[in-house]
Design a protein around this ligand. Structure first.
Ligand code: FAD
Length: 461
C-alpha cells in the first residue's frame, strides 16, 4: 500500500474549499491544543478540522481516501491511551462542535445525542427529567459521549450499572469510505443481524466516526447513601466487599485504596489511620430514600462485623462530596509526589484483588518502583500507578509494568478495564490476545477501512 501522504498545500486547499476556512485550524498556537490527550504522549497534527455536520466529515474522508492521509477522530481529548493523537500524522477531526442533545424521551426512556455532548452535561440534563444515565467516568466534566462510546468508558457505577456499552442502543456512523450508516435500534431490545453497534463501541475511532448516539436511560434513583470504612489491612477490607455482596447488597459504587494511597490522603480524614497497613473502602447505594438508609446501615454493620476500625457515614450531599474528594485526591497526590508515573487500569477477578495487591511489593523491590493500587473493588478494576525516583527510570518501570501484566493475565485478568489500548498500550496487546484473534480483528478493520485512513496504527502494531 502507498505510504501516507503529508497534508500538502494542494490537499489543504481542497479541504478549505470543501469545508470552509472557518472549520480549519492550522495556526501553530491552536494546533498545540490538539497535540496531547491525558496519556502524556504528544504528536503534532498537520491540520485540525472542527466538523459541524455529517457532510463535513464525508467531504474530509473522501479526500483522505483519494490522497491517503490519516484522519483521527477526537472528542474531549481526555483519553488516557493516546487514541485521539496524530501518531502517524494527518488531520485531527474534532467532533466537539457537534454537541446537540437532539431529544430526551421520558416516555420511551431514550435519548438521541450528537457525539460532542459533554458527559456530565448530559447526565445533568437527563436528571432534570428524573431520568438517569449511569456511566460515570471520572473525566466526565470534559469527556464527550462520542469519546465515551469509542472507548466504552466506565466508572465507579459499573459495579451495579455496567459500562457505556450497556447504554448504547444504536449509533449513526460515518464509515471510513464516507457512507453513513445507522446501527442498532431505538427500542429497548433488538437482535437483527450482527451487532455492529457494540463492535463500534470500544473500537477507539478505528472503524467509523460516531455522529449520533441513541442512548438507553433508566429512572433516576431517588437518593444516594454513602459511607467510608477503614480496615486494619487490605485483605480484611476486601473480605468485607465479598461479604456485603454475598448478603444480597448491590452497591452503586465500591471503591478501595491500598495502604500507600491511604497514607497519602489520610490527613483529609477526621480520624487517625490505624497503622501503616490500613485500607479504605468507599461504598454507595442508590434507590428509594428509606430503603437505602436502611441498606447503608446494614452495610456499615457488615463492615464492623468483619473488622472495620472506623466508619464515616455521609448522609448528605456535602459530606458525600468530601468523601469522594478524598478518592479524587489520591491520583493528584501520587502525581505530585513523583517525577514519572505510568497509570495502568488492569482488571482481575474480584476474589483475586488482594492476591494481586499483595504481590506488588516483590515487583517494587525487583524494579525499584513504588506502585499505588486503588479503584473499583466492586468489579476488580484496579488503577495501578507505577512511580519511580527519576525520569531516567522509565525503561526499568516499563519492565516492571510488563511483569505485572503477565501476572494479571495469569490470574485470568485483563490489561485494561477502561482506558483502552490506543497508541500507548498497543505493544502489550499480543500479551493478552491470541494471534488468531488479532488476525480476525485486523481483518475487520480492513473490511471497514480498506485504505487504513481512519485512526491508523491504533490498537494494533
Ligand atoms: C481525570 C481523568 C479521569 C478519567 N477517568 C476515567 C474513568 O473513570 N473511566 C474511564 O473509562 N475513563 C476515564 N478517563 C479517560 C477518558 O476520560 C475516557 O477514555 C473518555 O471516554 C474519553 O472521551 P473523550 O471525549 O475525551 O475522547 P478522546 O480522548 O477525544 O478520544 C478517545 C478515543 O475515542 C475516539 N473518538 C472520540 N470521539 C469519537 C467519535 N465521535 N467517533 C469515533 N471515535 C471517537 C478517539 O479517536 C480516541 O481513540 C479519565 C481521564 C481523565 C483525564
Amino acid at each position: 500500500m502507498t505510504p501516507y501522504s503529508p497534508i500538502t498545500g494542494d490537499i489543504r486547499k481542497q479541504i478549505v474549499e470543501g469545508l470552509g476556512a472557518e472549520r480549519i485550524v492550522s495556526d501553530p498556537g491552536r494546533l498545540k491544543d490538539y497535540e496531547e490527550d491525558a496519556s502524556g504522549l504528544r504528536y503534532a497534527p498537520e491540520l485540525v478540522v472542527e466538523a459541524e455536520s455529517v457532510a463535513h466529515i464525508q467531504t474530509l474522508l473522501a479526500l483522505a481516501n483519494r490522497y491517503r492521509f490519516p484522519v483521527i477522530p477526537r472528542g474531549g481529548g481526555t483519553g488516557l491511551a493516546g487514541g485521539c493523537l496524530a501518531a502517524s500524522g494527518g488531520v485531527i477531526l474534532s467532533l466537539a462542535g457537534m454537541n446537540q442533545i437532539r431529544s430526551i424521551d421520558p416516555a420511551n426512556l431514550l435519548a438521541e445525542v450528537e457525539p460532542g455532548v459533554i458527559t456530565a452535561t448530559f447526565r445533568e440534563k437527563v436528571r432534570e427529567k428524573r431520568l438517569f444515565y449511569p456511566p460515570d467516568p471520572a473525566g466526565m466534566d470534559k469527556s464527550t459521549l462520542g469519546g465515551n462510546a469509542a472507548t466504552n468508558a466506565g466508572g465507579p457505577a459499573c459495579v451495579k450499572y455496567g459500562t457505556t456499552r450497556d447504554y448504547v442502543l444504536g449509533l449513526e456512523v460515518v464509515l471510513p469510505d464516507g457512507n453513513l450508516i445507522r446501527t442498532g435500534v431505538k427500542t429497548r431490545k433488538g437482535v437483527v443481524g450482527y451487532d455492529l453497534t457494540h463492535l463500534i463501541v470500544g473500537s477507539e475511532g478505528t472503524l467509523g466516526v460516531i455522529t449520533a448516539l441513541y442512548l438507553k436511560l433508566i429512572p433516576s434513583p431517588q437518593d444516594v447513601a454513602c459511607l467510608a470504612a477503614v480496615f486494619k489491612d487490605l485483605r480484611t477490607g476486601l473480605s468485607a466487599v465479598s461479604e456485603i455482596m454475598g448478603r444480597g447488597h448491590l452497591p452503586s459504587a465500591v471503591e478501595f485504596m491500598d495502604p500507600k494511597c491511604l497514607a497519602l490522603v489520610g490527613d483529609l480524614l477526621p480520624f487517625r489511620i490505624p497503622g501503616e497497613n490500613a485500607t479504605l473502602l468507599i461504598i454507595e447505594t442508590d434507590g428509594i430514600r428509606e430503603q437505602i438508609a436502611k441498606e447503608i446501615e446494614a452495610i456499615g454493620n457488615v463492615c464492623l462485623e468483619i473488622g472495620a476500625t472506623h466508619l464515616l457515614p455521609a448522609p448528605d450531599r456535602e459530606s458525600r462530596a468530601r468523601i469522594w474528594d478524598v478518592r479524587r485526591q489520591v491520583s493528584l497526590r501520587i502525581h505530585e509526589s513523583t517525577p514519572i508515573y505510568m497509570a495502568e487500569d488492569i482488571v482481575v477477578p474480584i476474589s483475586r484483588i488482594a492476591s494481586l495487591v499483595d504481590a506488588l511489593p516483590a515487583f517494587e523491590k525487583a524494579y525499584d518502583l513504588r506502585i499505588y493500587a486503588f479503584g473499583h473493588a466492586g468489579d476488580g478494576n484496579i488503577h495501578l500507578n507505577f512511580t519511580a525516583a527519576a525520569r531516567e527510570d522509565a525503561e526499568r518501570m516499563l519492565k516492571g509494568v510488563v511483569e505485572v501484566f503477565k501476572l494479571v493475565i495469569e490470574m485470568e485478568g485483563t490489561i485494561s478495564g477502561e482506558h483502552g489500548i490506543g497508541e500507548a498500550k498497543k505493544q502489550f496487546l499480543p500479551m493478552e490476545l491470541p494471534r488468531e484473534s488479532i488476525r480476525i480483528q485486523k481483518a475487520i478493520k480492513e473490511a471497514f477501512d480498506p485504505n487504513l485512513i481512519l485512526n491508523p496504527g491504533k490498537i494494533f502494531i
